[in-house]
Design a protein around this ligand. Sequence first.
Ligand code: MN
Length: 290
Amino acid sequence: MKLCRFDEDRLGVVIGDTIHDITNIQTDIRAAARYDMRGDAVIAALPEWRERMEAAAASGPIKKVSEVKLLPPVARPSKTMAAPVNYEAHVAEMKAQPHVTGEDKGPSRPPGIQNQGIFLKSNSCVVGASEGVAIRFPDRRNDHEVEFVIVIGKQGSRIKRDDALDYIAGYTLGLDMTVRGVEDRSFRKSCDGYAPLGPFFVTADEIPDPNNVDFQVHLNGKLQQDAHTKDLIFDIQRLIEFASEFYTIYPGDVLFTGSPPGVSEVHPGDVMRCNCDLIGEMEVTVRAAE
Ligand code: MN
């Protein structure tokens, strides 16, 4: 099943190029959820409510995907986690450009996810495909990083590799937008709008092997990142294991799995088109911040 959030906080099931509105189900789920719960009520409710969602989709009002404003597919992640350099070829491309990463100004942490750990992006930088990215610092280098993104399905801590896939609700695509420079990652990568997610949330049963997924981003029509999750240094199970050694993960938490090679600079007016056959396609436009 594919879900999306759209227009003014509506929930829909995506079938082909149409969205079947099930906002009434979302209202019921939220009404039944505790206010002090951690995580996203709709994602947490999926196992129990899925059949009702599918039934409601069969009779709900329909809109074309192209007619709606796409919001981020998860309304309330309790945190937005992200893997730093997690593809060997991206390690190499960044090492070759110390003037871009700021490493020409002094030593940094030893490279690799095993040394650097997972980092956090602010939840307030998460946007939907239709919201676009506003460049706050046009005089600095701002890059796109298209990434395969895990959405956590249930609460867990110190999860073992063999159990990791049980904790995944599904997947989406993300852009880990980045201001290059020497500041901490969480600061540079958390500007408003620097985490577009979408276009849809795809339940885990539709992607039985998340370590076998290809996805791309085109910048202004030119193929810029052409990636396959088989090239991840820490694969999907290891990322869940690693993140949950440090954090309790909650339903709706989002985990960016790391950027493949091919990152490049974006400017106002640019269009980033992300696609993955198993998830969908989204166009995200870049503009200058007000
Ligand atoms: Mn990244």
